[in-house]
Design a protein around this ligand. Structure first.
Ligand SMILES: CCCCCCC/C=C/C(=O)SCCNC(=O)CCNC(=O)[C@H](O)C(C)(C)COP(=O)(O)OP(=O)(O)OC[C@H]1O[C@@H](n2cnc3c(N)ncnc32)[C@H](O)[C@@H]1OP(=O)(O)O
Length: 412
């Protein structure tokens, strides 16, 4: 359904047909959307645009729409089926978009009779609050499609950034190593509260674990299962805490196995008074899980400093940002910064992860990454990216000159 997305459209005067697959869920979603719109309208002193909304269980009701935003959970097989059905039901000029955290937009385009009219529209949690929209341009998306989706984003009051099609796009591709680094810190002796406090003191609106509870822990779990990192497909010959030849921390999987998906289930890395509550409270059972885990693997817990937490998490973000620039998934470092400022609550006064790296000094960032990589040679995301090294060799030029060091062959 995409409740936050429906709210974001209706409140700027765009009519919405909200489709759900289950009658009970439809009723719950309908009530939540109405509540959100009424709260928003009261705040703005206007009347709630409820007449713009129609709720349905029938895909056939989408046959005359201009644009579809598919927003089911991250199951590629399901999304493929939906795109095939949409292609059959909708008129030949209807744009088809997907709200996905990082699945292959071009593979979905391939399920339709109009791959040029397909793009990704990646919204961020909470979708009616966060300003960012990643507009994913697949190799077959037409310029008109991207321009139309960008202009829709503008009308919705979003800050839209065009990104390329790769797993996780820009935001979540960077989030993956950031989440992994935070999990390694847990293994080594930190708690979710300590890591979150260090990141919030740095200026993030939410620490990594509070943010994960907000977004839903099952999203990443599903992605890890699909990539063979956890679940039934895992090679049993892996040494403990290793997957696909690199260090792996299974703690996030263990949390999900307990049905702890975050705010929506009333517990995740924290506990909440009831499902859907937003006030995170430290949870002793997570502390116990961490202690049992460390005992099981013979890990001696050590005192992790806040400085190490911030360096390992934030420099990891920037390092992946450099790789994204090399791969031409983002057109410029400023785009990456906009994504982190408007989509992930990165502290605005620090200017985004790439600008922050430039203010710390690229040489220092390189030196720190080398230090952490030497200590963890089985963690590839800590290995300094070739672009970072190249920029340091070139005398650390300012951010707006970085593009000159990147090979320019991209459709972005
Ligand atoms: C390969 C790896 C794959 C991993 C996949 C992971 C997929 C992740 C997808 C994501 O979307 S990541 C999440 C990105 N989001 C963030 O990082 C959010 C960071 N937080 C913030 O920016 C802010 O804390 C906030 C949520 C905007 C809240 O700001 P603030 O507290 O100043 O505003 P309020 O006025 O209190 O609230 C505004 C609005 O937001 C709702 N809200 C507040 N806190 C929460 C919460 N914890 N959970 C849910 N909703 C929250 C609040 O109810 C208000 O809503 P309305 O009243 O306006 O309806």
């Amino acid at each position: 359904m995409g409740r936050g997305i429906a709210v974001s459209l209706a409140r700027v005067g765009i009519s919405v047909i909200a489709l759900e697959s289950d009658k009970k869920l439809l009723e719950v979603s309908k009530q939540m959307i109405i509540n959100m719109l009424e709260r928003d309208a009261k705040r703005r002193g206007v009347s709630a645009p409820l007449d713009l909304l129609k709720f349905t269980l029938s895909l056939q009701d989408l046959k005359d729409v201009d644009l579809v935003i598919e927003a089911v959970f991250e199951d590629m097989a399901l999304k493929r089926q939906i795109f095939q059905d949409l292609s059959n039901v909708c008129g030949p000029t209807t744009l088809l978009s997907t709200n996905t955290s990082g699945l292959d937009v071009d593979a979905l385009a391939g399920m339709t009779d109009r791959p040029h009219l397909v793009a990704g529209m990646h919204f961020f949690s909470p979708a009616h609050v966060m300003k960012l929209l990643e507009v994913v341009c697949g190799p077959r998306s037409s310029s008109e499609t991207i321009a139309t989706v960008m202009s829709l984003g503008k009308r919705m009051g979003k800050v839209s950034v065009v990104v390329g099609n790769c797993p996780g796009f820009v935001g979540n591709r960077m989030l993956k190593p950031y989440l992994e680094e935070a999990a390694f810190l847990l293994e080594e002796g930190a708690t979710p509260e300590q890591i979150d406090k260090a990141l919030e003191d740095f200026g993030f609106a939410m620490g990594v674990f509070r943010m994960s509870d907000l977004a839903g822990l099952d999203v990443g779990w599903r992605v890890r299962k699909e990539s063979g990192l956890t679940g039934v497909d895992v090679d049993q010959n892996n040494p403990p805490r290793q997957r696909q030849g690199r260090r792996y921390c299974p703690i996030p999987d263990m949390v999900c196995e307990q049905g702890r998906y975050g705010q929506k289930t009333g517990c995740g890395w924290y506990k909440y008074d009831k499902p859907g509550d937003t006030k995170a409270k430290p949870d002793l059972s997570i502390h116990n899980l961490l202690e049992t885990y460390r005992r099981r693997y013979g890990i001696t817990s050590r005192k992790v400093t806040n400085e190490e937490i911030v360096e390992r998490c934030v420099f990891t973000l920037a390092n992946e940002g450099f790789r994204i620039l090399e791969d031409r998934i983002a057109a410029r470092p400023e785009d990456i910064d906009v994504i982190y400022l408007f989509g992930y609550g990165f502290p605005s006064y620090r200017g985004g992860p790439m600008f922050y790296a430039s203010t710390v000094g690229l040489e220092r960032v390189l030196e720190k990454l080398e230090h952490y990589y030497n200590a963890n040679p089985d963690v590839p995301h800590l290995e300094p990216s070739p672009l970072l090294k190249k920029l340091v060799v070139c005398g650390s030029p300012p951010l707006n000159k970085w593009r000159e060091q990147i090979n320019l062959h991209s459709h972005l």
